[in-house]
Write a protein that binds this ligand. Structure first.
Ligand code: ATP
Ligand code: MG
Length: 169
């Protein structure tokens, strides 16, 4: 799992995906929140080929925050993504499954962490699962074998530099 406030959670997962593809493993990345922005990794995955790596954006690109309850449409999207992703983890289709920004969905109460723990505990031993996103839930941290926390030391954003093409998207 890659968590914490510093940059690099999703890109570290993509780095592992790149390595895994090189070793002939089949990779699936399910993106829980992303949906509208066009990320470079979507095209890079196509270049590698769908039989090696698939990236599916199953969110709406943004989630309204601040409201007391999450938008039902976002919850529905998260549930759909989770149902699909958990099926794929249990199937024998992939060697590495990345659940991108799933921690975000859990922390905004759009997904029950205990359901995630259950699937992680019962997954086929040979299947690797990487979860990303800030504010990892303690139960999921406990269930994971590997947890890295990205710590922010500096980020160009603090100088007013917004998302950069090829680096942030
Ligand atoms: P990346 O996708 O670049 O690895 P991330 O997965 O660690 O980033 P997220 O929490 O998913 O970070 O945030 C997504 C977006 O916010 C990315 O465009 C990322 O570059 C940017 N970002 C990440 N960390 C920071 C930060 N500490 N300050 C400002 N922007 C950030
Ligand atoms: Mg991310």
């Amino acid at each position: 799992m890659n968590t914490g406030p510093g940059k690099g959670k999703t890109t570290a997962a993509l780095g592992t995906a790149f390595r895994a593809v090189g070793q002939g493993l089949r990779v699936l990345m399910v993106q829980f929140i992303k949906g509208s922005w066009h990320y470079g990794e979507l095209d890079a995955a196509q270049m590698l080929g769908e039989d090696r790596i698939q990236i599916l954006a199953m969110g709406r690109g943004f989630v309204k925050i601040g409201a007391e309850k999450p938008d039902p449409e976002d919850v529905r999207k998260v549930e759909e993504a989770w149902q699909f992703a958990s099926q794929q983890i249990s199937s024998d289709e992939y060697d590495l499954v990345i659940l991108d920004e799933i921690n975000y969905a859990i922390s905004y109460k759009m997904l029950d962490p205990e359901k995630v723990v259950e699937v992680l505990k019962n997954k086929p031993a040979a299947v690797h699962v990487i979860l990303t996103g800030r504010n990892a839930h303690p139960s999921v941290v406990e269930a994971a074998d590997l947890v890295t926390e990205m710590r922010e030391v500096k980020h160009p954003f603090q100088q007013g530099i917004l998302a950069q093409r090829g680096i942030d998207y």
